[in-house]
Every structure is written in structure tokens, then in C-alpha cells.
Write a protein that binds this ligand. Structure first.
Ligand SMILES: Nc1ncnc2c1ncn2[C@@H]1O[C@H](COP(=O)(O)OP(=O)(O)OP(=O)(O)O)[C@@H](O)[C@H]1O
Ligand SMILES: [Mg+2]
Length: 210
């Protein structure tokens, strides 16, 4: 589904990603590991088009998307949940979910009920402002919001980081359930809870896949 070839990326003069190649096949759960600063977020941003590549290419379902803007990648089915979640903190949980559903043309998008089945904890707080939730609840909402757009692939940046252990388990269960439904995922995650379920583990060291 996704083919990354010899991708390099930099923040201005600071090179952060070197010659990375990887593929994600249908239904795969691929976990991306690496220490702080290894380049996990940089790789996901480069795949999403948020950071222009200095070299290399990204193919999506056989088509070159290296120079597409991020919104076109999202419309084509690449779902991205950034490290900082980017929720609309002043809107309610329900509004955060519905605002993207209204703009989505994807046939495969989950509806509200399906997101709430995946994350039952959100059901009791639909009318609460997103900014008034715990970190883990916000993480669930961020993933739920991306699912409402009908992604064909998920790029998740540390969904288990800094959240309570019970919510880490809920997140793992949700991701495994999505995998059984056939949704492929590339998940940057240092928490080992997902690693044992991965089809493949990739490790970044100083911007290089080893
Ligand atoms: N906006 C930026 N401007 C300049 N350098 C950056 C920027 N963001 C990240 N970097 C640098 O790029 C390198 C890779 O950072 P990145 O955020 O991709 O690491 P990471 O593996 O996601 O780390 P973490 O586990 O802490 O999230 C680091 O050396 C970092 O300092
Ligand atoms: Mg990161």
C-alpha cells in the first residue's frame, strides 16, 4: 500500500532522516521503534507530506505521492495522528468527531457509533470540551477523529505515550481490533505493549533504519 524509497528529510540545514526505505502491505501492523530524537516523528511527517523530502520517493497504492500536499494524502486515505494530537480543544468530543466526518467523502469511514464501540470511554463524555479530558482520553479522541475520515492506512505517532496503564491497554486493544478489520498501520511507539503484536518491527537510530 505504501512504499517509501530512500527517503531523506531535513529541518532547514539540519538533516534528520537518511535514506529510509520501507513498505507497508495490506493488513500489516508495523511498529517503529527508536530512542527520543531518533527520527520517528520526522519519518511519519515526511510520509504525510508535512516535511518536504530532500531525496527519495513515497508511493501510495502504486502512485507517486512524493509531492502531494498533506490534505491530498489524507483525502487519498492516509490517516495521521500527530504526536501532539492537534485536537480542537474548545469543541466538544462529539464536535471533534463530527467536524471531520462532515468533510469526508470516504465510503469506508467509521460512524460515531463505531468509534464509540472502539473507545467506550468516550461515550460518556460526548458533550465535554476536548481540552477538559485526560491525556489518554484525548489520544483516543484523536485516533477516533482520524478514523471518522475513513483512512485506508494509519500513521500513529506514539499513541501510548504518557497515558495511564489502563488506557494503554485500551489503546492496544483498539489498535488490534482495527488490525483484525484489515486496517494497516505504521505506529511509532516506544512502549513494548504493541511490539509483541507487530508483524514487523523497524528500528531507527539517528535518522537511519537499521
Ligand atoms: N522542528 C524541528 N526543527 C529542527 N530539528 C528538529 C525539529 N523537530 C525535530 N528535530 C530534530 O530531528 C531529530 C529527530 O526528531 P524526531 O522528533 O523525529 O524524533 P523522535 O524519534 O520522534 O523522538 P521522540 O521519541 O522524542 O518523539 C532530532 O535530532 C530533533 O532534534
Ligand atoms: Mg516523536
Amino acid at each position: 500500500m505504501l512504499e517509501v524509497r530512500s527517503l531523506s528529510a531535513a529541518y532547514g540545514q539540519v538533516e534528520a532522516l537518511f535514506d529510509v526505505s520501507l513498505t507497508i502491505r495490506p493488513g500489516e501492523l508495523v511498529v517503529l521503534q527508536g530512542l527520543n530524537g531518533a527520527g520517528k516523528s520526522t519519518l511519519l511527517k515526511a510520509i504525510m507530506g508535512l516535511l518536504p523530502p530532500t531525496q527519495g520517493s513515497v508511493n501510495w497504492q502504486g502512485r507517486p505521492m512524493t509531492h502531494w500536499p498533506p490534505y491530498e494524502r489524507a483525502q487519498a486515505g492516509v490517516g495521521y495522528v500527530p504526536e501532539d494530537r492537534r485536537l480542537f480543544t474548545g469543541l466538544t468530543v462529539r464536535e471533534n468527531l463530527m467536524i471531520v466526518a462532515n468533510g469526508s467523502t470516504a465510503k469506508s469511514s467509521l460512524d460515531l457509533a463505531e468509534v464509540l464501540t472502539l473507545f467506550p470511554a468516550l461515550a460518556g463524555m460526548l458533550d465535554r470540551a476536548a481540552g477538559q479530558m485526560s491525556g489518554g482520553e484525548q489520544q483516543m479522541l484523536a485516533l477516533g477523529r482520524t478514523l471518522m475520515t475513513g483512512p485506508k492506512l494509519l500513521l500513529l505517532d506514539e499513541p501510548c505515550e504518557g497515558i495511564a496503564p489502563v488506557l494503554v491497554e485500551a489503546m492496544r486493544d483498539a489498535l488490534l481490533r482495527l488490525r483484525t478489520q484489515g486496517l494497516p498501520m505504521l505506529v511509532a511507539e516506544q512502549n513494548q505493549i504493541l511490539a509483541s503484536h507487530a508483524d514487523r518491527l523497524l528500528t531507527l537510530v539517528s535518522g537511519r533504519l537499521i
